[in-house]
Each structure stands twice: as C-alpha cells, then as structure tokens.
Design a protein around this ligand. Structure first.
Ligand SMILES: O=C(O)CCC(=O)C(=O)O
Ligand SMILES: [Fe+2]
Length: 432
C-alpha cells in the first residue's frame, strides 16, 4: 500500500508510472512498494507474450470479469482494462465474486507466470519470528522487555507480542466488526466504495492499486486514514457495522503504539520519550482487510510483496495463517497466535535508526480457506509535520556515520507518491 495501507491507498489514485522489471527476491525489499503498493512486475516482453497467449483482443464490453481456465496467465491489453473497470464499477469487491460461486478466478487476478514460478525457488522454512511476552511487573522486567523487543526489531524486523495489555474482547470485537462490515449486502457497502483518499478518511474498495498493478490481489479493504487530517477523524464516518469496536480498538492500539515506542527508545539506549517525540503515532492509517476463500490460490496473492513505509505497524489477524515475511531469502509464515498482535518496523523507522532496525519485505498468500480478516495499523506521522527526519544523532557517530539524509515527512511521502514503484524504497534517501 504501500497498501493495502495508507500510502498505498493514498497514492493509488495517481496514474502508474512504473516500469516493468522482473524482481528477484534479493532486490525485492528495495523495490517493494510502501504499505502494500505492489511490486509484482513483468518485462514488457513478458507482458505481450502473456497477452498473446491469452489471445486477448478488445471485444465487446463484458459486464463481469472473465474467468480463466486451468493454465491461465496474467496479461495486459485493452480487455484487461475493461475487466478492471467492470469489476471496479460493480463495487462488489472480491467478496462479490466469491458470492457468485465461481470455481475459477478472473484473469485480472492471475499473477504473471514468471512470478509464480519464482516462488518455487524460495522454500519455506519451519521457523518462526520471536514471540515476546510484554508483561512488565516492574522497572527491571520493563527493561528486559525493552531489550527483547529491540533485539527482535534488529534481527527480524517482525515479531509477535502477547500480554500487550489490550483486552481480548477488544481484539475479538474488532475482527468480528470488520468481518460484519465486509459481509453486509453490497448495497450497504457501496456508499463507502471509492478511491479518493484525499477527500475521505473512511474508504472501502478492492485493491487500492487495482489500475496500476500487474495482477489484482484477492482482497477487499476498508480503511480509516488520518494522514492528511493530523490524526483527526469523525467517528460517525466509521461504518455502523464496526463503529463501536473500531473506536475502542483505535484508542487501545494508539496507546500501545506509544508504549512500544518508549520501550524501543529504551532498548536503543535513548531517553524513553525520544522516538515518541517524532510524532509517528499522530497520523495513522488502519487498513481492515478481508481475504475471501480463493478457488485457485496458487494463481494469485492476497497482497503483493512490499515493505511498509510507516514508522511501524501493529497488525491484528484472525486465526488463518497467510502472512509471510522474506527472511534470509525464505518465506516464513507469521502463524496466528490467539490474542497476540504482530509488530513490524517500517521504512521510516529503519532510516531513523540508521539501519539498526530492519524493515522487512512481506506478503499475504491466497488461501483455499477463509475468509481471513486482518488489520494492519500503520503509524505514519502526518503530512503537516514540520520536523526534519533522518538518522538520529544519538544513533550515529564517526565510526557509524548517517547513511541517510534528512527530509520532512511531506517530502518522504510525496516521493512515495510520485516516483515509479521500482524506484521506491529507502535508497532514494541514502547519502551517496
Ligand atoms: O494482511 C496481512 O496480514 C498483512 C497486511 C499488510 O502487510 C499490509 O496491509 O501492509
Ligand atoms: Fe504490510
């Protein structure tokens, strides 16, 4: 979303300027789109090959996207644009497709064959990210927790937390409320369906980058985005199906975000309020993803690979495993733990820590079970912030000089808004 996420969402209305290029696992994290903005690409040559293999020509306008057979490929062409438009105008999302009982997925969702084949080069390992018990009874255990969190953020960039202080019923009600929202009649959801993230804090649609990605993802999303409003939103804008649950959840998760930042500050040897002073929790985006059960999960993804561009992200997921991180060139599952939350470092905090903390490339696979509900909460800071951001002086020295230059969040975000997706990533801010 940048993705299914705030910036992704924010930028999705812009015309795509990406160039097409095969992305190898090693280069993926550099090329990753922020917050879910996709990076799955093919070369122009691949595209035309696929297009002709699909035998696509512009014909009469279909009312629903075409489904594909046993060995479909993804491709470009005018008909693809027509299908995308029809799908978008239906405002029914992937959920609407699934409700028709389709046994095959429409070609607009099929990943390029080259991308799918590349998956087989990466084997999954039976390893997991750390799970950290945040229960801190006193100052001493608090310092231990701070160290554990920081070590995990340095080594993995991704970890799960338990005993984080948010009551289980708040988490369960939130997941249930989001499921309820997505499972309402299409007619009830339609008024929220649009792509104008500047004009609306609350938006529901399918694939923020529907018109710029090479293959659509098997996912619908409702999001609350306060990036342009300095963290403000009108509670009445949140759909009634999940309003009460969301208001409580937002309050709890922003408090937890502040607390984790203070622990990370301690773990990095900074004064406890140091990372909080960067005001990353002031502007945020909550993406409420719904991944329906997929009849051909091997052909598509729930969410294309990306690293979040946030400072950090806290994710609530239900019990269906589908989130994977790329760790040492292998996809590692983030298996759900009841009552746990998943924490990950985004690109902004990576830069601020001068690469001490890791921002990690991750994706969501499609599953033949579901639906799956997940809610990443992106702590992004706000556009209006006038602070300069860059590696903290306290974390740099003569031996360890700053790797990145300073920037305002407006510049940072604008960069992610306007450049080619292939050029996205922290490299743009790297000192030569
Ligand atoms: O759905 C998930 O588990 C992850 C979502 C995610 O990575 C994102 O929206 O940026
Ligand atoms: Fe993400």
């Amino acid at each position: 979303m940048r993705t299914p996420s705030w910036l992704a969402v924010v930028f999705s209305f812009l015309p795509s300027k990406r160039t097409n290029k095969i992305v190898t696992p090693r280069t993926q994290s550099r090329n990753a789109s922020r917050n879910g903005r996709t990076t799955e690409s093919t070369t122009p040559r691949t595209q035309s090959r696929n297009a002709s293999r699909n035998g696509r020509t512009t014909t009469s306008e279909p009312t629903t996207p075409r489904t594909v057979g046993e060995t479909p490929t993804s491709g470009g062409g005018d008909d693809r644009a027509t299908y995308l438009k029809a799908f978008d105008e239906s405002k029914a999302g992937v959920k609407g497709l699934v409700d028709t009982g389709t046994a095959t997925i429409p070609s607009i969702f099929v990943r390029p064959r080259e991308e799918r084949l590349k998956d087989y080069e990466i084997s999954s390992k039976n390893i997991s990210v750390p799970t950290i018990d945040m229960n801190a009874r006193d100052e001493r255990t608090k310092n231990i927790v701070a160290k554990e969190l920081t070590d995990a953020a340095k080594e993995w960039g991704f970890f799960q937390v338990v005993n984080h202080g948010i009551p289980l019923d708040v988490l369960e009600n939130m997941l249930e409320g989001i499921r309820r929202f997505h499972e309402q009649d299409t007619e009830v959801k339609k008024p929220y369906y649009n792509r104008d993230y500047h004009a609306n804090t609350v938006i529901y649609n399918s694939n923020h980058d529907l018109f710029s990605s090479n293959a659509a993802n098997w996912r619908d999303t409702m999001s609350v985005n306060t990036l342009f409003t300095n963290g403000h939103y009108d509670p009445e804008d949140i759909p009634p199906a999940c309003r009460d649950a969301a208001l409580r959840y937002i309050k709890e998760i922003t408090n937890l975000g502040d607390y984790i930042l203070s622990l990370l500050s301690i773990g990095l040897g900074l004064k406890p309020e140091r990372l909080g002073e960067l005001e990353s929790t002031k502007g945020w985006s909550l993406s409420c993803h719904y991944y329906p059960k997929c009849p051909q999960p091997q052909l598509t993804l729930g969410l294309n690979g990306h690293a979040d561009m946030s400072f950090f992200t806290i994710l609530l997921q239900d019990q269906i495993s589908a989130l994977q991180i790329l760790h040492e060139n292998q996809w590692v599952n983030i298996n759900p733990i009841s009552g746990a939350l998943t924490f990950n470092i985004g690109d902004t905090l990576r830069i601020i820590s001068n690469d001490i903390l890791k921002s990690v490339y991750h994706r969501v696979i499609a599953r033949d079970i579901g639906p799956r509900v997940s809610l990443p909460f992106f702590f992004n800071g706000t556009f209006a912030s006038t602070q300069m951001y860059g590696p903290l002086k306290e974390l740099t020295s003569e031996e360890n000089p700053p790797i990145y230059r300073e920037f305002t969040l407006a510049e940072f975000m604008t960069y992610f808004l306007t450049v080619k997706v292939d050029e996205l990533g922290v490299d743009h801010f790297r000192l030569k």
